[in-house]
Ligand binder design. Structure first.
Ligand code: B16
Ligand code: MG
Length: 216
């Protein structure tokens, strides 16, 4: 029986991918190359430093920077990204999310955040959801990035729930793979062509009822 739900943040609770995209694009342009929205798909669910490696690969600039320089580039991107997220408002919560969280609460299902982002708490504070979760596991608490299951197993451990009793909601393939590796149920949020192997797939939380947590 499902006793807890673990939510990814970027792309599931809020659409911060557009802000990540603007900040990475600005960095790419400054380094002298283009970066498209399609390229940005490859960065979803991936850690900040791995995202930078992928970006440099796209610009054919892999191997041109020292570790120290790469850290400076990632920091610069993060400062631009934070300019956007520190202005976020409650109305940026994706449709249906708040109602669904409330439904889970009413039915005694625990809820957690399992995000790769080191900015997760800033975002949750801005959108007024910081006090709604039984556990928040973000990029500051983990040592292994998705598709490693650590972010989700830690969230389940903090809630004292068994992995097989948890469902993960994810918009990235790395995140779905991480949920499956943890022995949890995975519900993909997004388009079927981008997301494989999940137990279920939804386009969003609008009008979703408790039935969603029933698996054969
Ligand atoms: P930050 P999630 C992930 O968040 C994003 O999907 C990914 O694009 C980003 O690079 C990563 O967080 C790290 O974010 O630079 O803020 O630490 O989808 O796991 O909630
Ligand atoms: Mg995500």
């Amino acid at each position: 029986m499902i006793r807890a739900c673990i939510f990814d943040l970027d792309g599931v609770i809020v659409d911060t991918a557009k802000y990540h995209y603007k900040a990475w694009k600005r960095l790419a342009n400054e380094l002298g190359f283009e970066f498209t929205e399609e390229d940005n798909e490859r960065l979803k669910g991936v850690s900040r430093m791995t995202s930078l490696e992928i970006l440099l690969e796209i610009g054919n600039k892999k191997g041109e920077y020292t570790e120290d320089e790469k850290l400076k580039l990632a920091t610069k991107k993060n400062e631009w990204y934070r300019e956007y997220i520190t202005k976020m408002e409650k109305d940026e919560i994706l449709p249906g999310v708040e109602g669904f969280l409330e439904l889970l609460r009413q039915n005694g299902v625990k809820i957690a955040i399992g995000s790769a982002s080191k900015n997760a708490k800033t975002i949750l504070e801005r959108i007024g959801l910081i006090d709604k979760f039984d556990a928040i596991v973000d990029g500051t608490k983990i040592t292994k990035a998705k598709p490693d299951p650590q972010v989700f197993t830690k969230a389940a451990d903090e809630m004292n729930e068994k992995y097989e009793d948890c469902v993960v909601f994810e918009d990235s393939q790395a995140g779905i793979d991480a949920a499956l590796a943890a022995g949890m149920k995975a519900i993909a949020v997004g388009k079927p062509e981008n997301l494989k192997n999940a137990h279920k797939i939804i386009s969003g939380f609008k009008n979703k009822d408790f039935e969603l947590l029933m698996f054969d």
